[in-house]
Design a protein around this ligand. Sequence first.
Ligand SMILES: Cc1cc2nc3c(=O)[nH]c(=O)nc-3n(C[C@H](O)[C@H](O)[C@H](O)COP(=O)(O)OP(=O)(O)OC[C@H]3O[C@@H](n4cnc5c(N)ncnc54)[C@H](O)[C@@H]3O)c2cc1C
Length: 247
Amino acid sequence: MEPVIVIGAGQPGVAAAAALLREGLRPVVLEADPHPTGSWPRYYDSLVLFTPAHFNALPGLPFPGEPHRYPTRDEAADYLRTSAARLDCEFRTGHRVTSVNQEGGEYRVLTEGGSELTAPMVVAATGSFARPHCPDLPGLAAYTGRVLHAAEYRSPAPFAGRRVVVVGAGNSAVQIAVELARPGVPAHDALGHHARRRPGRPARRAEAGEHPTEPPHDVPALGLRTSAGTRRRCAPPTARTWCPACR
Ligand SMILES: Cc1cc2nc3c(=O)[nH]c(=O)nc-3n(C[C@H](O)[C@H](O)[C@H](O)COP(=O)(O)OP(=O)(O)OC[C@H]3O[C@@H](n4cnc5c(N)ncnc54)[C@H](O)[C@@H]3O)c2cc1C
């Protein structure tokens, strides 16, 4: 019997393992992927974090490098991998959990490969990335263009010469829309459709040019629509005054 089983080795899974160790419990972490890196390697290639490095540090595991910079996707994955290696507990990678059943006072955990573990406590840290939410928009079934969730997006290259509508106004939506609208990227006409009246705060900061790696001044044309009906085409916007209607 294990003292605790943690399922998933993303930020919460690794953080839970670190916290359990501090409490004197030695968990076993079961991770489906070959490395304890969460979903970071599956995010789009150009992803840059919206939180500075020092905000991404897990307790007792400093994020390397200058603390105020914005790390890349691969740095985030490397950091998790390194952090997991520093913890004095077992990470069983390549172990996808298929079922968890409570039996008496304990949990029986089965994996795809046929392993069976028991523990009085299980932490589920499996995230939501594996099950992206695609709203059932009216008319979508009849739409003949390509529809994909941000979870499937990797880079702008496949969208060369196409018009793109980005639905949403969170971190992924804004970073992807900015990337699609960049000069030098063939898909030069990206439309950001904001479901909410205002984008979220991190998105607004990115739009305002506060993100060092995504300055908006090189974005030639990025249309924005909000539920309030606002539509602006910013061509070309100046740094820090990008689409003021949306702030
Ligand atoms: C574009 C984008 C930008 C972001 N920027 C930031 C940022 O700047 N700062 C920040 O703090 N956060 C940011 N986030 C959010 C951050 O990525 C997530 O909140 C966090 O990584 C989620 O971690 P998680 O462990 O819950 O999920 P995941 O990272 O998805 O990890 C879940 C893990 O569980 C494993 N797993 C799933 N099912 C099973 C199973 N049955 N058996 C075994 N293992 C399983 C998966 O393989 C995976 O490794 C961003 C997210 C996106 C999409």
